[in-house]
Write a protein that binds this ligand. Structure first.
Ligand code: FAD
Length: 438
């Protein structure tokens, strides 16, 4: 098992940022993709690489070149999956796009993979010599990159009539109008073919669907990504932007009642913090399975909140064998859940014995349960071992207000607007709208 990382400055046109072989490949999940072009190939065993929803099974000597910032994951299919890989940087690494014909993903077949494998092994064996002579190493890097330039199409794309007639005009359209509302169906209409046929042509010539091509191009826009920064009015004052988009979400409500800070009370914020490490270690699928075996909540759970958050939480808990009671202040439950699912919730709760107390308010949490004021004014004590606070979001306008007079244009989007706009569909639509507008 060997890997080498670049330990010298980037002064050559192309250079490996890392390169390795005989690597016992573990599961990898990169929701935001990888910042460089990278290549992964199977040496022994077999694995599946999922890139933006499409799965590629990599058998021996098959590989995949993945362009930057495409979300992807790998998983081994055999007990051991040995891989070779390389990541590419350099002073002109941005030209790799053009070298590979702007293809976001390139699948390498066995014959060519065998040649790539031999080259990677040769570089690995001579790493000490090559890393002392970065020019020679750069030539090797270029040599490897050349394998991706003609891997699928021996003929240049400009000699392919179908490419010229249907694909090239669409690429031009995307490049010139990426900031307007482009849809695959509109685009295919412009060249008088069906969306399915256009996507087939894109796959044939560029190795991806029209949608994947469109989203990859957007990813290549000159957008600076700065992670780990908490934006305040001071940050905005320093940066002096023309516009600010606030997509910082809103806090989930937590009632200020006696006992709310007990260790048996779980809030969405607390749960999000608790789940971070296990999520990183196990990934969502395995973690979901593990929750059937272990959950840090007791047998009897009271859920405070009966809208989408509380109902989803109650279903989750019931499916893991808990006794669940929902307490909701308003007269109805399930706000935010699409009607077709909502209709099934009431009967399911009744069948499974989930108690739902509407128009009721939790007044205090004690060591043994929750004191609840019912709609008729009487008090009921609901015994429980844990309490989950799964109440809707309440907008927090502090950041927006603090920007008044500092920046001319402020857009508040997504769940920053509160529970009414708290679903993914809202965040996506708002983000697209404001992005196009800006
Ligand atoms: C348990 C749970 C289950 C859910 N299930 C569903 C579901 O099934 N379907 C559905 O549609 N929706 C669901 N949602 C809601 C969904 O997560 C939201 O709709 C979506 O995440 C909202 O996106 P957003 O971009 O507005 O905010 P978020 O995704 O919350 O992103 C806000 C980002 O802003 C960052 N941030 C905050 N303050 C600052 C600051 N000052 N400076 C810089 N960055 C900052 C945060 O770190 C965060 O990354 C669920 C939510 C939860 C908690």
């Amino acid at each position: 098992m060997a890997i080498h990382y670049r330990n010298f400055p980037v002064i050559e046109p192309f250079i490996f940022d890392s390169i390795g072989c005989c690597w016992s490949q573990d599961r990898v999940l990169r929701p935001k993709g990888f910042p460089l072009y990278h290549y992964l190939q199977t040496e022994q065993g077999c694995g599946t690489v999922k890139v933006q929803g499409t799965e590629y099974v990599l058998n021996e000597n098959e590989g995949l070149l993945i362009s930057p910032y495409l979300h992807h994951s790998y998983e081994r299919n055999t007990e051991e999956w040995l891989t070779a890989f390389a990541t590419f940087t350099g002073t002109i690494h941005s030209s790799i796009d053009k070298m590979v014909g702007n293809k976001p993903i390139i699948f390498i077949e066995k014959e060519q993979g065998a040649m790539i494998s031999a080259l990677i092994n040769e570089i690995m064996e001579n790493w000490d010599l090559l890393s002392a002579d970065t020019r020679a190493l750069s030539l090797k890097c270029y040599d490897l990159l050349m394998h991706f330039t003609n891997s699928r199409h021996p003929r240049p794309l400009t000699d392919e009539p179908l490419y010229l007639r249907y694909v090239a005009p669409i690429i031009k359209e995307i490049e010139t109008h990426y900031n307007s509302e482009l849809t695959v169906s509109d685009l295919s209409g412009r060249v008088y073919v069906t969306p399915q046929y256009l996507s087939r042509l894109f796959r044939r010539f560029l190795g991806c669907s029209v949608y994947e091509y469109l989203t990859t191009q957007l990813g290549k826009l000159p957008v600076k990504l700065r992670l780990g920064v908490t934006v305040t009015a001071e940050t905005v004052r320093k940066e002096q932007p023309d516009a600010v988009v606030i997509a910082t979400s809103s806090p989930y409500a937590v009632p200020d009642i006696p006992g709310i800070h007990s260790s048996r009370v779980f809030t969405i914020k607390g749960l999000a913090g608790q789940v971070k490490l296990p999520m990183r270690l196990f990934g969502p699928r395995l973690l979901e399975k593990l929750t059937h075996v272990f959950l840090p909540v007791g047998k009897r759970v009271v859920v405070l909140g009966g809208q989408i958050e509380g109902v989803q939480g109650a279903v989750f808990l019931k499916k893991r064998g808990r006794e669940v009671t929902i307490i909701e202040e308003s007269a109805s439950i399930g706000g935010g859940i699409p009607e077709r699912f909502l209709q099934r919730i009431g009967p399911w709760f009744r069948k499974k014995g989930v108690e739902v107390l509407t128009e009721s308010r939790a007044e205090a949490i004690t060591d043994d349960g929750v004191k609840v004021r019912l709609k008729d004014g009487t008090q009921k004590f609901v015994p429980c071992d844990s309490v989950m606070v799964l109440m809707p979001q309440v907008p927090d306008t502090a950041l927006t207000e603090s920007l008044q007079g500092i920046v001319a244009e402020v857009h508040v989007i997504g769940s920053s607007l509160g529970a009414e706009n708290g679903l993914l569909k809202h965040a996506l639509l708002d983000g697209r709208r404001v992005g196009c507008r800006l």
